[in-house]
Design a protein around this ligand. Structure first.
Ligand code: SAM
Length: 271
């Protein structure tokens, strides 16, 4: 392994399984978009990706960055690969997007920040597809539908922000070096670029799923007064017993619109 010791603090589990690497390449969208990879590591996936498209890769680890620079000297020279040495979350803080033009994100993500990365990619207007390896349990949350016990605020956001969100296949720990403790999955998301979710809506979802097994009305009572909530439930013909995972993403959106309207109405009356 190039005599490199994997660093736990950077979530380094290198993908060594040729079959899995090939399957990731086969799931690449058939388009002309640029590719962005987060955490190229030792460059096994990068090597395959760069054969097909121009790409940008963000790596935080200085030791790996040095190895990648010499391994991909030719591709860097010919501008097929732009290698950036930084924490990708800091890059997003500074410039809002990881690439100045349409791009697809393909990566074996560091699991400790995988959820954060996906949520940032949702907000990045230039990102069109997200094809990422993450912990299976987290992938299930992003791909869940209403009624599934895994359906959470992540599932609601993914449903609204995408035209398609699903798990492509699972990858066992033995495909990595060192082997992670958990099962992994490849998550595929095709974004709907017309959809924008407000911070208020995300806060509303956070409250709705605060105690996931409690009644939704109980959770929402922390941010909406009883009378308004009862009115909204009646208008939407919802049972008071409904649990947070049972309401669909579009109904969450509808409910939030009603909350805003009610709020406005009440403020008008107070004036
Ligand atoms: N792509 C390689 C592979 O498939 O074998 C490595 C994947 S490994 C799971 C995660 C990679 O992300 C490591 O190279 C790690 O150094 C890098 N990484 C961790 N945190 C990062 C961050 N905040 N910004 C950019 N890269 C990061």
């Amino acid at each position: 392994m190039n005599n490199v010791k994997a660093k736990k603090r950077y979530g380094q589990n290198f993908l060594k399984d040729e079959n899995v690497l090939t399957k990731i390449i086969e799931s690449m969208p058939n388009n002309n978009s640029h590719l962005v990879e987060i955490g190229p590591g030792l460059g096994d996936l990068t090597q395959k990706l760069v054969k097909y498209k121009e790409m940008t890769a963000y790596e935080v680890d200085s030791d790996l960055f040095t190895i990648l620079q010499s391994k991909f000297a030719t591709q860097i020279e010919s501008k097929k690969l732009k290698l950036i040495h930084t924490d990708v979350l800091e890059a997003w803080d500074k410039q809002d997007t990881l690439f100045d033009g349409n791009y697809d994100l393909i990566a074996n993500l560091p699991y400790y920040i995988a959820t954060n990365i996906i949520l940032r990619a949702f907000e990045d207007d230039n990102c069109e597809h997200i094809i990422v390896m993450i912990q299976k349990e987290v992938a299930k949350k992003f791909a869940a539908s209403e009624g599934d016990k895994d359906f959470s605020s992540l599932g609601v956001i993914a449903k609204l922000i995408s035209k398609e969100s699903r798990i492509l296949f699972d990858v066992p720990p033995t495909s990595f070096e060192p082997a992670p403790k958990v099962m992994s999955s490849i998550l595929y998301i095709r974004k709907d670029k017309d959809v924008k979710l407000s911070l208020e809506f995300k806060k509303f979802l956070k409250a709705a799923f605060m105690q996931p097994r409690k009644k939704l009305s109980k959770n929402l009572s922390s941010i909406i007064d009883k009378k308004t909530l009862a009115l909204i439930y009646e208008e939407m013909d919802l049972s008071d017993n409904i649990r947070p995972h049972e309401l669909s993403a579009s109904l969450y959106r509808q409910m939030h619109k009603k909350v805003i309207l009610n709020d406005r109405e009440r403020r008008k009356q107070q004036q």
